[in-house]
Design a protein around this ligand. Structure first.
Ligand code: HEC
Length: 264
């Protein structure tokens, strides 16, 4: 009897362990053709992985200074940058609308709004509650300015592409040396001319801005924008595991106490 219980307990510990291991196996699928995807050890992978805040902040800088010329972040508002878990979260400002960094980043954009009195469209500096503005009036205009292909929205692209973060990083680092429109990760011709070159941005934190560094940082930022609740979800998962583990131990001891004086 005791033995079976012990077995059952061991079994449940193994099951919990397997679950933990399973959670850390990310959706690692490869891209098409004979191209070998380069795999990176992302900070946010695994059961306890979190976003690297400094990398996200550098990534936002890359997005703002480079990618935002063509790509929108449709599903994001400026205030999200200051949400808990976001790149510019600050404990002093639980409400990101009050966060000075967030306000400054919002004000750095021009946002079109309709004047409710006159019905006219006017342009004013952004405020934290605004969505990231569209770059082009519509897809046709976007395609017309970009070799016939509209630049896709980037806010959820890490989730939308097979290979996720690795894929985005590979696209940004697999351009042909001599032809800015040829990309190995995209299987040849691409409508996005190589957007990165060494030293393109000057990082606020002094990190050398190599192509590889910028590609990793902007990918980190886009991984967050595609899944801003990941950290909260993981810490809840951990609490549940801990709870189950403690429950198993309590059950074991109460089993022993209950059956202590029973002969079998
Ligand atoms: C000059 C405009 C322009 C800039 C700047 C630009 N892109 Fe693009 N991007 C495009 C266009 C156009 C496409 C569509 C390419 C295609 O489908 O051939 C694209 C496609 C992409 C794709 C998607 C590939 C796919 O699977 O569909 C990613 C990811 C991407 N860009 C990321 C970025 C990032 C990150 C930056 C900033 C470092 C950036 N882009 C800067 C125009 C641009």
């Amino acid at each position: 009897m005791k033995l079976t219980m012990k077995k059952a307990l061991t079994g449940s510990v193994i099951a919990i362990g397997a679950l933990i291991a399973g959670m850390s196996v990310a959706s690692a699928a490869g891209g098409g053709s004979d191209y070998e995807m380069k795999h990176k050890d992302w900070h946010f992978q695994g059961m306890s992985g979190t976003y690297d805040r400094a990398a996200m902040q550098r990534g936002y800088q890359v997005y703002r200074e480079v990618c935002s010329a063509c790509h929108q972040l449709k599903h994001l508002s400026f205030r999200h940058l200051g949400d808990k878990g976001g790149p510019y979260y600050d404990e002093l400002y639980k409400n990101p609308n009050d966060n000075p960094d967030v306000k400054a980043f919002a004000a750095d954009w021009d946002v079109e709004v309709v004047d409710l009195d006159t019905g006219d469209i006017e342009t004013r500096p952004g405020i934290p509650a605004d969505q990231f503005p569209a770059i082009y009036p519509n897809d046709a205009a976007a395609a017309a300015s970009n070799n016939g292909k509209a630049p896709p929205d980037l806010s959820v692209i890490v989730k939308a592409r097979v290979g996720g973060a690795d894929y985005i990083y590979n696209v940004l680092t697999s351009y042909d040396k001599d032809d800015v429109m040829m990309n190995k990760a995209m299987g040849g011709q691409i409508a996005m001319a190589n957007p990165l070159s060494d030293g393109l941005v000057e990082y606020a934190d002094g990190t050398p801005a190599t192509v590889d560094q910028m590609a990793m940082d902007v990918t980190e930022f886009l991984a967050w924008s595609a899944d801003p609740k990941m950290e909260a979800r993981k810490s809840l998962g951990f609490a549940v595991m801990l709870y189950l583990f403690i429950l198993s131990i309590l059950l074991w001891f109460s089993y022993r106490a209950v059956w202590r004086n029973v002969k079998h």
